[in-house]
Design a protein. Structure first.
Length: 521
């Protein structure tokens, strides 16, 4: 081989090497074009004018500042924020973007505005479906805070036909969901029983946590959301915390009945495992249609203390119980599942619930709805005795006159095979029996108002966003006023006798200035 031939071969190898280097370099640029953090800028005004008061990088756009601010440099109210980021989408398809805010937010993808909710508001969520090709896409988010609480959150997930969205699962190698997730993946459902194992390679077998988020399309109605976890769990539905059991525990089930207005409903579940066994499950079912009347019918008396539930793995309440727990109410639709998987049998089980309620004198109707056998004692008197299983839901009821004062209550239930359901509803007759003392109304003040400008309005324990919501009322519903006001908030009385606070701007048909100032007692 002469020197010219060798030189040509050297040039050929060098050209090939340079070509490969260019290919790898181009690939690296394509991958690295996506950002792993948001560029965040904050202004102390409502129009993004002047220089930002604060600039920083943020790993997630998931903020709930309450009545505070993003940082010492930013004021608590009347500020704006802008986040920008290039995001790599691995799969072509329809993506559902979900934005939660208090007050306004706009979202752009590749300079096209996909979400626009730019007005003063309480916390709410809007969604948009966008087709994206695989690769990098530029996302920009603008936000403003007026007064009160401040919330700015954005998430997205790949949709299947824009109707079903997988859960976005973020897995952390700690129990507190802190730092960046070690693993992010799509989970088709939250139905895991890891035992002593680990959720995935790279995730601890113990001391890990997970956050699942998803937007669920639901028809309007009342839904029962049920979790079973070992250990801690928190569940939000439509941005409302409905289950909060953040503590170590053996596999335990909790449920919450939630009224949703219909449409795309954001759902978030957080979970942690401490030691030993790990399990996390979530399911839901529609248990009631939406109320079509302006005033909902009376519901179960909610002034009762919790029930002591004693569970047996037989149908005759015999031998030693396998589970004793406090049940907030008797409102269970187990279907073919168990009251507590791996502890209570899904068939051939029985339960005894007991409590003592302090009820005013009057006449009460007791309704049981059961798929199974039931017996009910009120004030030591057996008023319902249907100890047989019809293998379908039956309603058994009786009316009792009570003298007033402490009333012992006991309900017994058994399930043979098939589906299982046990519910108890207690209603005062005539609608004249107060379940809580009634504070005086204002002199000459109106006693009712109508809910406006909201499909669902939270009822809070105090006059302010810092107080937790414990119930809600529907748009168009006529509510009773107690006659008190405080800093723009109005106290209302629910059908079960409890009192709570709603924003006065969401009520009409009353005179706010005629209500009495609340003294805080």
């Amino acid at each position: 081989m002469n020197s010219r031939t060798k030189q040509l071969k050297r040039w050929a190898w060098m050209a090939a090497f340079l070509a490969l280097a260019l290919i790898f370099s181009a690939r690296s640029v394509a991958v690295q074009a996506a950002d792993d953090r948001w560029r965040a800028r904050y202004w102390n005004n409502r129009d993004f004018s002047g220089n930002p008061a604060l600039e920083r990088n943020e790993t997630t756009l998931d903020h709930d500042w309450g009545r505070g601010s993003p940082g010492d440099e930013v004021q608590d109210d009347n500020f704006t924020a802008r986040w920008t980021r290039n995001i790599y989408f691995a799969t072509s398809g329809v993506y559902r973007f979900s934005a939660s805010m208090d007050d306004g937010m706009r979202v752009w993808v590749d300079d096209s505005r996909i979400l626009d909710s730019w007005y003063d508001s309480q916390v709410h969520t809007v969604v948009a479906d966008v087709y994206l090709s695989a690769g990098d896409h530029h996302v920009k988010v603008d936000y403003y805070e007026a007064t009160g609480s401040a919330i700015a959150q954005l998430s997205w997930a790949l949709a299947s036909g824009a109707n079903t969205v997988n859960w976005r699962g973020e897995y952390y190698n700690n129990r507190t969901l802190t730092g960046q997730p070690t693993l992010v993946r799509d989970d088709g459902s939250i139905n895991f029983n890891w035992g002593l194992g680990r959720p995935a390679d790279g995730i601890n077998a113990d001391e890990f946590s997970v956050r699942w988020t998803r937007t669920v399309p639901l028809d309007a109605g009342v839904y029962r959301f049920a979790t079973t976890t070992d250990d801690g769990v928190r569940l939000w539905v439509n941005n409302q915390l409905v289950i909060d059991q953040w503590h170590d525990q053996a596999a335990t089930s909790y449920s919450a009945d939630v009224s949703v207005p219909g449409g795309n409903v954001p759902v978030k579940m957080e979970y942690y495992d401490n030691r030993d066994y790990a399990a996390a499950q979530l399911n839901w079912e529609r248990i009631a249609a939406p109320v079509l009347t302006s005033t909902p019918p009376p519901t179960a008396v909610s002034a009762l203390p919790p029930w002591t539930g004693t569970y047996y793995n037989n149908t005759n309440l015999d031998e030693s119980p396998v589970l004793v727990r406090q049940d907030p109410e008797i409102a269970f639709i187990w279907g073919s599942s168990s009251p507590l998987p791996n502890v209570v049998s899904p068939d051939h089980f029985s339960v005894r619930w007991t409590t003592t309620a302090n009820l005013p004198a009057g006449q009460y109707r007791f309704d049981t709805f059961v798929d199974g056998g039931v017996r009910l004692w009120v004030n030591e008197q057996l008023i319902i005795d249907e100890w047989h299983d019809y293998y379908e839901v039956r309603n058994w009821a009786n009316v009792v006159n009570l003298p007033g004062g402490p009333v012992p209550l006991r309900m017994e239930f058994f399930d043979d095979v098939g589906l299982a359901e046990a519910r108890l509803v207690i209603q005062p007759q005539g609608g004249t029996i107060p379940l809580n003392p009634t504070p005086p109304g204002s002199a000459g003040g109106p006693l009712t108002a109508t809910v406006i400008n909201a499909q669902v309005l939270n009822v809070r324990s105090g006059p302010g966003m810092e107080f937790d919501p414990f119930s809600h009322v529907a748009g168009g519903e006529i509510v009773n006023l107690t006659g008190y006001r405080s800093n723009g908030w109005v106290q209302i009385r629910l059908l079960d006798g409890r009192t709570g606070w709603v924003g006065g701007a969401y009520l009409t048909g009353y005179n706010y200035d005629e209500l009495s100032l609340w003294s805080g007692t």
